[in-house]
Every structure is written in C-alpha cells, then in structure tokens.
Write a protein that binds this ligand. Structure first.
Ligand SMILES: [Zn+2]
Length: 82
C-alpha cells in the first residue's frame, strides 16, 4: 500500500534496467533468427578415408596432409630412451 512505480526498479535494492516497451513477437523472432549453430565442416582423410575436421590431425590415423604427425605411445617411449 502506498507503493508507486514499478517494483522491478527496486529489485535487489538497486536500480535495474526495465524495458520501456514490450518487445513484439516479430522483433524477438527477428533477433533469434540468427540464434542457431552452424553445421560443422567435415573433410575426408586422404589416408584412412574417415571423416575428420578440416585443418586438423586425423584422430583415427594421426596424419595430417598424408604425413604421420603424432607418434603412438609405444613409439614415443622408444624415442625417449634414445
Ligand atoms: Zn585418417
């Protein structure tokens, strides 16, 4: 009783931004027209023919552009002993 104005303004003891006008469905939907994920680009590995991300090492055969990049765990252990 006796309160005047929008109660949201005094929310949490501080001033909060309150929209001046209702946003129409059209405006909201126009804004949200861009709210979507892009499809992920996929390329085919030259070595193993699995699908992999472009400009990334193939996770199935550890090659990039036909070259072996990552040594396997056993090969890495062998190289450390040398
Ligand atoms: Zn591959």
């Amino acid at each position: 009783m006796g309160q005047s104005g929008d109660s949201r303004i005094k929310l949490f003891g501080s001033r909060v931004a309150v929209p001046k006008k209702k946003m129409s469905k059209s405006r909201v939907r126009m804004r949200r027209s861009h709210d979507h994920l892009k499809p992920v680009g996929v390329t085919i590995c030259n070595v193993c023919a699995n699908s992999c991300l472009p400009h990334h090492i193939c996770k199935f055969c550890n090659t990039y552009n036909g070259r072996n990049i990552r040594a396997t765990a056993s090969e890495a252990a062998d190289s450390n002993q040398d």
